[in-house]
Structure formats: C-alpha cells, structure tokens
Design a protein around this ligand. Structure first.
Ligand code: PLP
Length: 489
C-alpha cells in the first residue's frame, strides 16, 4: 500500500514508514489516494471476534506487517486490557444503538487506537532499522494525552511528551496525566487553548526540520498518524456485525453512524469503513458550540475565524480539525495541489471554500448537526430518564443528533467517554448539585445511578503528582529541545 502526502503526490511512503514519520515532510498527512487497491469483503468479518476483525482490517490498511505480526500486536494491545474481549460493545438504547468505545484502560475511546499505535511504531521501527530514539510529541484536549501515556510508557526506544491546555481539561483528566509513571514520559501544560497546543506541536515539527535536528526522530500520536486512524476503522465493522448478530439488520442493510467530532479522526475512520465496502449510509458529524464543521458540511466554507467556546464537551472544542484534510484529499480524487491550496488559504486567510464537486460528494455521505451546552445537558437527563442510560457529555451531543434526525436506517451513536470522565457536568445534568471535589462527584453519581465507577478512575485521587511543568505557547520548541537533551526523564 502506498501512502502519499495530501499536499504533494511525489512524497510516497509505505505504511510502515508512514507510521514512523507521522506527518509528511511538507506538512501534509499520509493518505491513500483512493481505496481501490484494498479489496476487502466486509462479509468475511461478520462472524469473527473483535480482535480477529482488528487483525484483518489493520492488515488490509497497513500491509507491511505480516499476518503473524499483526496477530501478535493486536493480542498485546487489547487482550486483557479492556473490560471485555468484545472491546467495543453495542448497547440498544431506545430506538438507537450506542457503540461503547470507552471500555479501555483510560475510559476514553482513544484507548482503542492508542493501545495499538505503540506496537505498530515499535514494529515499524524494527522493520526500517531505525536506531535513534523516537520522541512522540502530542497535543491533547484531554483524553488523547492519558491514552497515549498509557500506551507508550516504558516502551523501549520511544519517549513521549504530552502537552495539554492549562485549565482546559477536567480535574480528572489532569489527574490522570500528571500522575503518569514511566521512565520515558513528560507531561506539560501550555498556557492557551487546545488549538494553541496543537499549533505549537506542528510548529515544533517544522522548526526541527528547518534546523535539520537529527539527534532523535520526532513523531506524533495525534490522529494525524495513520497508525492512530487505522485501528478506529475496526469498530465500525464490529458494530455492524453486532447488529447483524442480534437480528436488528440483515446483511447488506445500510446503517448510519453519529459521531461526536473534534479533530475529525473518528468520523473519518467511519468513511474509510464505507470506502472499504461496509454498508454505511450517512455519517452524522455531531459538534458542540464550536460548530465550524457544521457550517462547512452545509456550505463548503471552512472558516476558523470565529469565537472559541469552552464547552462541557471539551474534547470537541476544536476549530481546526486536522483530519478533514484527508477527507478533502479523497473527495478531490487525490488532487494534492488543490488540498495544498486549501490548507494554505486556511493558514494565511483563516478560511477556504471547497469547489462544488467536493461539496456534492461530501453531502452524499456527511450530515452535520450541533447543539450547545444547555441542550447537551438536557439530553443526558432525557436519555437517562427515558431509557435508563447514562452517557457522557460528548456522547450526548451525538445522541441529540440521532434523536433529532429521525433516521429511517438503524442508527449507531458512538459513545466516546465514560460519564465518569466528566462527572461535574453529568451530575449537574441530572439535577443534583455537584460537590467541589470531582472525585466526590463520581461517588455522588454512583450513589444516584448505580453505574459502576471504572477502576482506573476510582484510585486516581491518592496517586502522586509527578509532572508540574507549565510553559507559554511559544516556548514549545525550546522545551522539547531542552528535555530531549536530558539524560534521565
Ligand atoms: C477525542 C474525542 C472526541 C473527538 O474525536 P475526533 O477523532 O477528534 O473527532 C470525542 N469525544 C471524546 C470523549 C474524545 O476524547
């Protein structure tokens, strides 16, 4: 499989190289120009276990890894590390279905991908004969950070630095990150919002390139890495298989997915699944008040020049959705020049408008919806009271879109976090005043609903804080250079 930069079709790499590099030299993202080279029959995985399905799909997308290698990596990534071997169970809630992606080691959907990525990277480094250390730089809006730390800590030959927006993550999320153990991890707060942190990381990559810095290799665990995206394709297939097994649909029936969206990685993986032949009708892109994607899908104009809102669904507080670039590349039939132009407009003018051909193709599959915080909280209450299902704030944004859309096809809502990751908002939604201490709030929710607190969250409060660095947003490059030069982490 040949991956190309979305901004330049001459930059071609195989899948192992794409995983090791993370981002292309020209700032583009590695992508297939179309899916025609992948011959995949979704019917062949309908009766497999989740882990077997993962082996097949990852093998199809990342074909430099042998079947045996993929088997070994999938086992290491998932076996015994999730609450169930099903990994991502589907639950019927009212007329809809919830795909629970948060049953992993940090109670966030990012575990699905970040359990796998370190294994892919280690194996890919081995294949390419990489001797130098790789340093992973990751910006997080909350959940990626912990999931990445959990995936990468104590992996040989790799070090990881996580940057999070100071004051921009929940107390639980912060506690998860700053208590991270491991001899190859750093966690640092950046004064600014998530976009500042993400831009800082992107600029750092560019700076290191400019100075020909070669003491270590830099890479990314953000969803710009194709090795992050590929594992997310799997659960679209297992969700479909689950609906077939429970008799809710017949093989061949089309279904919809509603995806609470931030950086556009999760929903793009759904589009990959569709391109690989899964019978998907609509992909509904659910946003919070930062509804830049809603406007884009409706009009073709992507305009980041707008107010940034801090919402109760902070992992979706994003104005520049990096993975959209990959969709543009696919929808323009691999026209890297065109994509490079749009990205340049975004950088210089803060906006771009896609042509009608792209917009029409976009609308064939994608539907947009958004709701504000008030409606998000109302939805948590409504779903809990009507259907007895407690969902988190991000899932609620998607649930609203499923309820309002009144879709004919069976519709699956992707649930991206445990309600216990955002306890204050969730308890307030249920009409109870939360305690000042977020950890007490978890107990309040447990008392009220009986929903079990995930083990990884209940022990957090008593863990020792190991990371307290805070930097300005323009200090990121210097911070990384300083840390990389330190012998002992
Ligand atoms: C990351 C995240 C999202 C958004 O996923 P993207 O792939 O960035 O679109 C939604 N919900 C939660 C809880 C997340 O952590």
């Amino acid at each position: 499989m040949i991956y190309q930069s979305t901004r330049n079709n001459d930059e071609k790499v195989n899948s192992a190289k794409a995983v090791v590099k993370g981002i292309a030299d020209d700032g583009g993202l590695f992508m297939l120009s179309d899916f025609s080279a992948i011959k995949f029959d979704y019917k062949s995985v309908l009766n497999l276990s989740s882990m077997e399905t993962a082996e097949k799909i990852l093998g199809a997308l990342l074909d430099d890894f042998s079947e045996e290698e993929m088997h070994e990596m999938v086992e290491k990534a998932y076996r015994g590390r999730f609450e169930t071997d099903e990994l991502t169970p589907v639950v019927k809630v009212g007329d809809n279905f919830v795909l629970e992606l948060f049953r992993g080691p940090t109670s966030a959907f990012k575990d699905v991908a970040l359990s796998m990525l370190p294994r892919l990277m280690t194996k890919a480094r081995e294949k390419l004969g990489v001797q130098k250390d790789t340093v992973i730089l990751t910006a997080t809006s909350g959940d990626t950070g912990k999931a990445a730390l959990e995936g990468f800590h104590d992996v040989d030959g790799i070090r990881i630095i996580v940057f999070y927006p100071d004051g921009g993550v929940s107390a639980v999320q912060k506690a998860q990150m700053v208590t991270q153990e491991g001899n190859n991890v750093k966690v640092c707060a950046v004064k600014g919002n998530f976009d500042d942190a993400q831009t800082g990381v992107k600029n750092a990559f560019a700076d290191f390139k400019k100075m020909n810095y070669d003491a270590v290799d830099f890479s990314s665990a953000n969803s710009i890495n194709i090795g992050r995206l590929a594992p997310q394709v799997v659960y679209y297939f297992t969700a479909y298989a689950s609906l077939v097994k429970s008799g809710e649909i017949n093989v061949g029936d089309k279904i919809n997915f509603v995806v609470p969206t931030g950086n556009f990685g999760d929903i793009l993986a759904g589009y990959f699944a569709k391109c690989m032949g899964l019978p998907v009708d609509k992909l509904i892109c659910a946003s919070n008040a930062n509804n830049v994607l809603t406007d884009f899908i409706n009009t073709g104009l992507y305009d980041k020049r707008r107010e940034f809102y801090k919402t109760v669904s902070p992992s979706m507080d994003i104005l520049v959705s990096s993975n959209l670039e990959r969709l543009l590349y696919l929808l323009s039939d691999g026209d890297a020049g065109k994509v490079a132009g749009y990205m340049n407009d975004l950088n210089t003018k803060g906006c771009y408008k896609v042509d009608d051909a792209i917009l029409n193709k976009l609308k064939e599959t994608f539907v947009a919806a958004y709701c504000d915080d008030t409606v998000t909280l109302e939805t948590i209450k409504e779903v809990y009271e009507k259907d007895g299902y407690l969902c988190d704030t991000h899932t609620a944004v998607a649930f609203r879109a499923a309820l309002d859309g009144k879709y004919q096809n069976k519709t699956v809502v992707l649930s991206t976090a445990s309600p216990y990751k955002f306890p204050v908002a969730v308890l307030s939604a249920l009409g109870v005043t939360p305690d000042d201490n977020e950890f007490r709030v978890m107990e309040q929710i447990n008392d009220l609903t009986g929903v079990a607190i995930p083990k990884n969250l209940s022990g957090l409060e008593s863990k020792k804080v190991l990371h307290s660095d805070v930097i300005e947003k323009n200090e990121l490059t210097d911070y990384v250079l300083k840390k990389v030069a330190e012998e002992k982490w």
